[in-house]
Design a protein around this ligand. Structure first.
Ligand code: NAD
Length: 510
């Protein structure tokens, strides 16, 4: 009988994917940066890091590339992004799989992340013909006043491990049509997907033909390489996605040199479940928002305020779902919760659960699931934590699948607790009561950048502006008019008369 074929090791499969995606072996073998797959905990690559001198050189090249790219008409720039979208479509299966193996996402989420890249490319192609400026009413006769939008320069992108490819595309697709060059420093935990994206982009550039050398740069390494990007005065705009702690370091440095910052930082997202909520829909929405991506999304639902009248109908059912959800190797069919990214994430989760127990909370789940991969793979059963009041570890973001639940009786209290944390990214209310829904969305309701009704806080579409307030950093990316951050606005006044009327009726006769 022929022997059954042994499944590929993660390292072997990654090597094959990288080869198919066009990444040279030398880029991921023999280097100093050790890459582990969270799926098995095994070492899967040794990536060559960018030196400080190389990083400075890449930024210099991007700066020169910008000077040429800004003169290319925007719809033509859109053509490059259209080709990028085509290349991503062709590579979707392989790149999605690589996201699964490098970041631990289940396959539907890995593929979904690549789809998000394709979606933003499509959006940006349309945008390349819609970089509109206003014509403004002028108070002076025979004058015209208008605003024009111009490319800004090198756009730096620093990204986090949990959206290893989409975040680059949100920025790059827009920056490219806006006439900017892009230099990217991905997370040190996910350099392989970045290498793959870079190879895909090189194919789009080759098909486009004639784009300036160095238009898209890639810097691989730890935070010190990110700092090179932050400190270089030739980078007038920097989009930084990651923890609030990172933003606290990066934000002031950018401010000190008057660079534009798009900060996309941590979230501590909440939902309110009111007496009229459709509980079946609510349960499903909570499950995805709180446990999806193993609780490692910036928009993950972390705090749930449940009205006293529906608490006992909802929370025990939720605890059952938490007890039964399939945790495991994301390559296996049926798995909904994959691994944590690393040991530090596991330790952070256990610390928060310990603090919860100390203040008398009831903790369901949260324990390590053993027996998958090596000792460096960290799988956990998601935790549901019933709190007596809104205090303790619930007030901070723990980047792991912990959902804190608090009972409420007055919507005023629920909204107050909702807004009583540092972060301000995403939020939801579950209600069939129009007054409650509208109040939550009003200026006196949720203080977040994203506020939803009857869907969870995670899983945003690219058409909307994405980002949050307070300690989330205030940046906006992706859809709506987020493109304006990647350009500079000039107000132009043109006098086609023979007179020189001054604004506000000021006279100055010489
Ligand atoms: P992290 O802050 O540890 O690292 C993010 C990136 O910043 C990495 O590339 C890292 O090398 C770089 N970095 C860190 N300190 C730096 C410094 N001083 N100068 C320059 N670069 C620096 O975050 P992480 O663990 O990779 O990701 C998880 C965090 O990211 C969570 O807090 C999550 O909420 C947040 N996040 C936010 C969004 C959003 O859009 N708001 C999206 C994804 C993730």
């Amino acid at each position: 009988m022929p022997e059954a074929q042994a499944p590929l090791s993660v390292a072997t499969e990654i090597a094959q994917l990288l080869q198919r995606l066009g990444v040279p072996d030398a880029a991921h073998t023999g280097g100093e940066l050790t890459v582990r797959s969270p799926v098995t905990g095994e070492v899967v690559a040794q990536v060559r890091q960018t030196s400080t001198a190389e990083a400075t050189g890449t930024i210099g090249q991007a700066h020169e590339a910008f000077k040429a790219w800004r003169n290319v008409p925007a719809p033509r720039r859109g053509e490059l992004v259209r080709l990028l979208g085509e290349e991503l479509r062709a590579a979707k299966a392989d790149l999605g799989r690589l996201v699964t193996l490098e970041a631990g996402k289940i396959p539907t989420e890995g593929a979904g992340e690549v789809q998000e890249m394709i979606d933003i490319c499509d959006f940006a192609v349309g945008l390349s013909r819609q970089l509109y400026g206003l014509t403004l009413a002028t108070e002076r006769a025979e004058h015209r006043m208008m605003e024009t939008w111009h490319p800004l320069g090198v756009c730096g992108v620093i990204s986090a491990f949990n959206f290893p490819v989409a975040v680059w595309s949100w920025n790059a697709a827009l920056a490219l049509v806006c006439g900017d060059s892009v230099v990217w420093k991905p997370s040190e935990k996910t350099p392989l997907t970045a290498l793959a994206v870079h190879a895909i982009a090189q194919r789009a550039l080759a098909r486009f033909g004639g784009a300036p050398e160095g238009l898209l740069g890639l810097l691989l390494g730890q935070r010190d390489i990110g700092e090179v990007l932050v400190d270089d005065h030739r980078v007038p705009i920097l989009s930084a996605t990651g923890s609030t702690a990172m933003g606290r370091q990066v934000g002031p440095k950018l401010a000190a040199r008057f660079a534009r910052a798009i900060l996309e930082l941590g979230g501590n997202n909440a939902a309110i479940v009111t007496p009229s909520a459709d509980l079946d829909l609510t349960l499903r929405a909570i499950a995805f928002s709180a446990m999806g991506t193993a609780g490692q999304r910036c928009t993950t639902l972390r705090r749930l305020f449940v009205h006293d009248s529906v608490y006992d109908a909802l929370v025990p059912k939720l605890a059952k779902v938490y007890g039964n959800v399939q945790v495991g190797d994301p390559r296996e069919a049926g798995t909904l919760v994959g691994p944590l990214i690393d040991r530090a994430a596991f330790d952070g989760m256990q610390k928060a659960l310990g603090e919860s127990r100390e203040i008398g909370a009831t903790v369901h789940g949260g324990q390590r699931v053993e027996g998958i991969g090596t000792q460096d793979a960290f799988y956990v059963r998601p935790a549901l934590v019933e709190l007596k009041s809104h205090g303790g570890p619930v007030l901070r973001e723990t980047f792991a699948p912990i959902l804190y639940v608090v009972r409420y009786t007055s919507l005023d209290d629920a909204i107050e607790w909702h807004n009583a944390v540092g972060a301000g990214l995403s939020s939801s209310i579950f209600t069939l009561n129009v007054r409650e829904a509208e109040r939550f969305l009003s200026s006196a309701g949720s203080d977040c950048g994203i506020a939803n009704v009857n869907i969870g806080p995670s899983g945003a579409e690219i058409g909307g502006a994405f980002g949050g307030e307070k300690e989330t950093g205030g940046g906006r990316e992706a859809g709506s008019d987020s493109w304006k951050a990647y350009m500079r606005r000039a107000t132009n006044t043109i006098n086609y008369s023979t007179a020189l009327p001054l604004a506000q009726g000021v006279t100055f006769e010489i």
